[in-house]
Write a protein that binds this ligand. Sequence first.
Ligand SMILES: Nc1ncnc2c1ncn2[C@@H]1O[C@H](COP(=O)(O)OP(=O)(O)OP(=O)(O)O)[C@@H](O)[C@H]1O
Ligand SMILES: Nc1nc2c(ncn2[C@@H]2O[C@H](COP(=O)(O)O)[C@@H](O)[C@H]2O)c(=O)[nH]1
Length: 210
Amino acid sequence: MLPRYRLTFSPPRPAPVLLILSGPSGVGKDAVLERMKERRLPGLKFITTITTRSQRPREIDGKDYRFTTQAEFKKAIAQNELLEWAEVYGNFYGVPKSAVREALRHGSDVIVKVDVQGAASIKKIAPEAVFVFMLPPSLEDLNYRLSRRLTESPETLKRRLETAPEELKQLPAFDYFVVNHDGKIDQAVSEISAIIAAEKSKVHPRRIDL
Ligand SMILES: Nc1ncnc2c1ncn2[C@@H]1O[C@H](COP(=O)(O)OP(=O)(O)OP(=O)(O)O)[C@@H](O)[C@H]1O
Ligand SMILES: Nc1nc2c(ncn2[C@@H]2O[C@H](COP(=O)(O)O)[C@@H](O)[C@H]2O)c(=O)[nH]1
């Protein structure tokens, strides 16, 4: 007969992770996040940000972005509805604070996609977030991807590509990097998932206070 023990132990409850994904335009952030969404990983929430940029032909309002006017965007800033906002390549973009708070309150892990300015702002507000920088294998690959996407005018394409080297200099401010190798979107998805899993296994987790 085995001795009977009173079991009083239970493992720690993992804290939700706020993952900030950044990287130059065209590196593949959206493509990787789309693939992540297809995997329907439980407890993972993707935040739709808002923008004054014009909607691209294949974009869906409310899914890719919440497209808004300059006036509405200014109102959102005035009413303190944005976690951060920035002018990026000539348009305004911002993260709705309530969506992030709500998801974290429900215990979900949260992914927010922003440019490097947005990542720097969020680092000041929520330094406990996990900052991930997506890198291209080379600037040539970045150029090729952004050109082939056919979403940019010659002027905006030039602006985005000329900004990339400056953005890449921000890498040291991040916690992790993920290289989005050509044709290897699944590998990038796995690496981001592994980062989330590692963060959730920390004995001393970073607790977000927003
Ligand atoms: N691993 C990859 N191999 C080859 N092509 C890729 C890869 N990842 C993304 N792409 C392609 O590169 C282009 C740019 O990708 P995507 O739009 O996801 O970039 P992004 O980082 O979200 O850009 P932005 O910051 O402008 O929103 C798309 O046409 C996409 O299909
Ligand atoms: N600072 C923020 N940057 C954002 C936000 N949402 C998206 N972005 C970034 O803007 C650029 C351009 O995006 P595109 O869709 O016009 O190609 C890209 O780096 C996005 O990651 C945000 O809320 N804040």
